[in-house]
Structure formats: structure tokens, C-alpha cells
Design a protein around this ligand. Structure first.
Ligand SMILES: Cc1cc2nc3c(=O)[nH]c(=O)nc-3n(C[C@H](O)[C@H](O)[C@H](O)COP(=O)(O)OP(=O)(O)OC[C@H]3O[C@@H](n4cnc5c(N)ncnc54)[C@H](O)[C@@H]3O)c2cc1C
Length: 408
């Protein structure tokens, strides 16, 4: 096999004839999903090596804004040890061939008996930026420790003004963290009601209200131009308003990051047991689009990615060693965020066609239904209510499963 570069599609290189030896599990990426997959395999007594491959080691990405951007944590404090009993290799997976051989940037070729692709996501680049690989220095995304350090450096040498472009979870939380720090923040959302699709109108409106109290927010505004002027950034909105700042953080959501994908989407589509179309290869976390609810669902939250990693490992144990079938993956994890002092708690997954209703009048809680079934719950300062609604949905599902068992 000759030299490979980044543009070789994941499945695009021919099958190399190899002899499979003992059981060897290889996990691509040591973030939330990969770490849990490795941990589950080791704890379940996987009869062979468990190797995690990741160029940056095992890290907790949720601390990029809450820890590194705020200056509370240094870069070493966002990394964590690999699960006991697994091996971490600092390398990058360039390709997996049709025979299941995994090709690394170092030139090594490994031949595992099971692979979990857990390479996560990458920030979405808005159309107003050019097609270059990296955003200009003054318009960084906020995905890596390096991004957070860059924003800190730009802020410390400037006048303390930030524009946050995008008011999804990361944009909203980051705007709140910076406002807490005394930074002058303008939050710009293209949508008239950001986070409506994910959290429902009641919770989304309450978040906008809280943003308005603490910072400048512009909703339903598109960015038409962005440029630097003597070390500062100038962002022009569709209505002609011009915002000047030291840095404009681009927070336009994420796209799946399939290793070595060439053109097209980077997602890896998996069935409800997280199997790809290739025997012995599974995917979990931000890179995976799971066939569920009559569509494909991709979730990019920490606990869900970790739960998917565990599920993929259980599917491997079932498929290769005859352990119990884990059944279909269910999106039953939650996430939370402190935004302007309020606790946002959410559970499950909303789809683009989810219909939201408000739950009760005392608290701001929304319930999202997909095809008539509750699949998501969200609330502000209502963690107990969200938890108990989620528990009753779970209970309901378990009872129905006992009545009408599905799967093998
Ligand atoms: C700033 C920020 C704050 C967040 N805060 C929260 C939060 O508060 N709560 C929450 O629920 N979620 C949060 N998230 C989202 C959460 O971090 C992700 O959903 C989660 O990390 C996804 O897990 P993953 O394993 O799919 O990907 P990741 O955790 O990103 O791990 C993927 C790993 O794969 C590695 N990798 C990529 N390509 C290759 C390759 N070719 N070969 C080998 N390794 C490779 C990467 O180096 C990386 O370590 C936040 C995200 C960001 C960016």
C-alpha cells in the first residue's frame, strides 16, 4: 500500500489480504464516545487488546469554553487518562479499507477484529467565510483547546468586546460565560428564535429574554460581511448594522467528522445497533447518524456520545462473542448548561418535525413529540420536573417493550 493523504475516502481503498489473529478492538478517537466504548469493552472482559487511536489523546471537549476560555483550566487539565486496561496510541487514522485494515498517519497498519469510529464532529463554517480550511485568526471557532487559547489571547490584547455568531448551545453558553467575565458581548442569531427546534418555543423564548437582560442580542439577522480593521473585526449584518469587536467567535453548530473523508458529508450512517454497512465496523457519537424514529438522528452532546460508545461496545460483544443483544439504541441521555445563572436542563432528542407543548404554568418546561411520542423534554430552572418527565417516558417505553418485544 502506497502513501495516503487526507483525501482518500474512508472506504475507498482496496481490500488488502490479511490474516485475522486474536480479538483486537480499535477505537478511532478517544473523546466521549471512544473512551466509553473502550472502557465498556475492557470492563466486559474483551479477550484481547483494546487500542484507542487519537492524535491529541483523551480529552473532555466540554471544558474548552467552560474551563480553558474562562482561564479556570490549563490545557493539561482537559485531558484524561485512557480507560484502565486499554492502550492509547497518539496517531491519526487516515483510512479503513474494505477488509477492515486501519491505516495510520505514521504509516502503521493495524488489523483489528472490531472497529468503532468515534472521531466526533467539526465546526460548521458559515458561507460568509471563504472556503479555506481554517477561519481567519480573528474569527475563530470554539472547538479545540487551541481555539479557546486564541480567543483568550485576542481578548486580552483588545478592548474587551466580542461578537458571538450563532446562538445555539455553544454560542449561548459561551456568550453567557464571557458576559459573566465582564466582556462586552453581542450575540447574533440567524434564526428569529434560536434553539427553538432543540428546546421548544417556551424554553427558547425564556433564554432570549435572559440574554436580553445581560448582553446585546440580535435575532433573525444574517451576517453579510466580515473584515478586519487595524486588529479588530467588523461584522456587517443584513440590515446594515455594523458590529466592531476584538474577536468574532463563529458558533454555527457542528458537522460530523469522518476521518479522511474527501468530498460530501462526513457522517457515518449506522443501524440502531450502531453497525456501519461494513462487517466489524461500528460508529458512535458526533460522527454517527443513527437510523431511528423513521429518519437519521445525529446527536452531539457529551452524555449521549458516551452512551452511544457503550452501546457500540455492547453490540460488538454481542456480534463477536455472543453476549446479550443490547437492542436498539435509545436517545435517553440529558445535558445541562448554566446560562446567565439559570439552569437549562434537557433530555432526549428533538427531530426537525418535533411538535412542542408547554408542560404546566409554574415552570418553563417544554415537551417535544415526534410522531405523537415524547422524545424530548427541556426546562429552565426545572431539573426535577425534566428528570421526572424523562423517567416516566423511559418507564412507558420499557413497559411497551415488554408487551411487544422487538429485536432478536
Ligand atoms: C466548547 C464546547 C463545549 C461543549 N459543552 C458541552 C456540554 O456542556 N454538554 C454536552 O453535553 N456537550 C457539550 N459539548 C459537545 C460535546 O463535547 C460533544 O458532543 C462530545 O464531545 C462528542 O463526543 P465524541 O466522542 O463524538 O467526539 P469528541 O469528544 O470530540 O472526540 C472525538 C475525538 O476523535 C479524535 N479524532 C478525530 N479524527 C480522528 C482520526 N482521524 N484519527 C484518530 N482520532 C481522531 C479527536 O482528536 C477527538 O479527540 C461541547 C462542545 C464544545 C466544542
Amino acid at each position: 500500500m502506497g502513501m495516503m493523504d487526507n483525501h482518500i475516502p474512508l472506504w475507498g481503498i482496496p481490500h488488502t489480504e490479511v490474516l485475522m489473529s486474536s480479538e483486537h478492538a480499535l477505537i478511532v478517537g478517544a473523546g466521549a464516545a471512544g473512551w466509553s466504548a473502550a472502557d465498556t469493552l475492557v470492563r466486559s472482559g474483551w479477550p484481547g487488546p483494546v487500542t484507542l487511536v487519537d492524535p491529541i489523546g483523551a480529552t473532555n471537549r466540554t471544558l474548552v469554553n467552560k474551563g480553558v476560555l474562562t482561564g479556570l483550566l490549563g490545557r493539561d487539565q482537559v485531558s484524561r487518562p485512557a480507560p484502565a486496561g486499554s492502550e492509547l496510541v497518539r496517531d491519526e487514522v487516515l483510512a479503513i479499507d474494505a477488509g477492515g485494515a486501519v491505516h495510520l498517519r505514521s504509516g502503521d497498519r493495524l488489523v483489528p477484529t472490531a472497529v468503532v469510529i468515534a472521531s466526533g464532529s467539526r465546526p460548521r463554517r458559515p458561507s460568509f467565510l471563504d472556503e479555506a480550511d481554517h477561519a481567519p485568526e480573528w474569527m475563530p471557532t470554539l472547538h479545540t483547546v487551541e481555539d479557546a487559547e486564541r480567543v483568550r489571547a485576542l481578548l486580552s490584547s483588545g478592548s474587551g468586546r466580542v461578537v458571538v455568531l450563532g446562538a445555539g448551545m455553544i454560542g449561548s453558553e459561551t456568550a453567557s460565560l464571557l458576559a459573566d467575565d465582564g466582556v462586552d458581548v453581542t450575540l447574533v442569531a440567524g434564526s428569529p428564535l434560536p434553539l427553538r427546534a432543540q428546546l421548544g418555543p417556551a424554553v427558547a423564548s425564556e433564554l432570549v429574554r435572559r440574554h436580553r437582560d445581560r448582553l446585546r442580542i440580535r435575532t433573525g439577522r444574517r451576517v453579510t460581511r466580515a473584515e478586519t480593521r487595524s486588529g479588530a473585526v467588523s461584522v456587517e449584518l443584513a440590515d446594515g448594522e455594523r458590529l466592531e469587536a476584538d474577536v468574532a467567535i463563529v458558533a454555527h453548530g457542528t458537522l460530523p467528522h469522518r476521518p479522511a473523508s474527501g468530498t460530501g458529508h462526513g457522517e457515518v450512517i449506522v443501524d440502531a445497533r450502531l453497525r456501519t454497512g461494513l462487517r466489524g465496523v461500528y460508529a458512535a457519537g458526533g460522527v454517527a447518524s443513527i437510523l431511528a424514529h423513521g429518519t437519521t438522528v445525529r446527536v452531539d452532546h457529551w452524555d449521549d456520545a458516551a452512551a452511544q460508545g457503550t452501546h457500540a461496545a455492547r453490540s460488538i460483544l454481542h456480534d463477536r462473542l455472543g453476549a446479550a443483544d443490547p437492542g436498539e439504541y435509545r436517545f435517553e441521555s440529558g445535558y445541562s448548561s448554566r446560562i446567565h445563572g439559570a439552569m437549562l436542563t434537557a433530555w432526549g432528542v428533538a427531530t426537525p418535525t418535533s411538535r412542542w407543548t408547554r408542560h404546566g404554568d409554574d415552570e418553563v418546561v417544554g415537551v417535544g413529540r415526534h410522531l405523537g411520542e415524547i422524545t424530548s423534554v427541556a426546562g429552565i430552572d426545572a431539573p426535577a420536573t425534566v428528570r421526572s418527565l424523562a423517567e416516566s417516558v423511559r418507564q412507558d417505553r420499557r413497559e411497551r417493550l415488554q408487551e411487544y418485544p422487538i429485536g432478536v
